[in-house]
Design a protein around this ligand. Sequence first.
Ligand code: F6P
Length: 326
Amino acid sequence: MKKINRIAVLCSGGDAPGMNAAVRSVVRYALYLGIEVYGVLRGYQGLIEDDFVKMSLRSVSNIINRGGTILKTARCKEFTTKAGRKKAAYNLKKRDIEGMVVLGGNGSFKGAQILASEFGIKIIGVPCTIDNDITGSDMSIGSDTAVNTALDAIDKIRDTVTSMERIYVVEVMGRKEGYIAIRVGLGGGAEDILVPHTEYDIERMCDDIKKGRKKGKISWIIVVSEGVATAKDVEELIHEMTGYEVRSVTLGHIQRGGSPTAYDRILASRLGAAAVEAIARGNSNKMVGMCANKAVLTPLSYASKHCKEKVALDKELYRLTKILST
Ligand code: F6P
């Protein structure tokens, strides 16, 4: 097999805590194998605008514990055009870069697939998104940290909610999936969770709130996933249906920041190295994920498929949340 001499690494789409640990792993593992590495700034945007930096062992020092990404990231419209991708491929080829590791989510992997098949660049994706909505990896880098961050917020909200005997709606991120909502709902002892793919009934929930009040259950925390409704809409609806005072908060981008958890740092370190290993062995157009504690390659096209197993687990955890929150 022909030896790969030079690769690039970039972060694309929404940042996720643990991306820095993954960049560090890609750079240091590649240098260990004798492969040169270029970092591309601002994802596909920087690829098109020729914004490359040569990486060294020292350029990734002291970043394993930092949220965000030193390479910066972006969502790039121009990369969806053939002309944009042609510029990107030209900038890689003029440096003799034969392979690239893309740290990102579904949208980033779609772009990566097209670039790989149009211009023959060897691309390996590493799942990085707080949404954990990628098929082919039990967890994506960043999702564990996001859940812990949101959980910390819910714990704080609970202090004031119980003290003031209130009903509180907390909106969390997660796009069209309920990964974050279900975990913080169960882990934070929420009374109800509104998530995509799982039946919810606001009328029934309002009835429960009214009945609960009569029986002495005064405070309620309801977690809503952004894929279902906004916190404000749910707050107004509950107020209309019960007449009670309701408060709400949208946790927003707080969930994307902060120092990655041990879980995310370790996952990122393992997957970054596995991605380089995969490119060095001649693989392309694949994602490296962690399944049952083993690094596995799946086609990039598979990564954005709806993951039935994850939804089934969410339903199970939702059921448990409801039983335990009575
Ligand atoms: O995909 C990660 C994510 O944080 C989603 O949970 C959220 O819907 C979206 O990105 C927010 O995107 P932006 O940072 O562009 O507002």
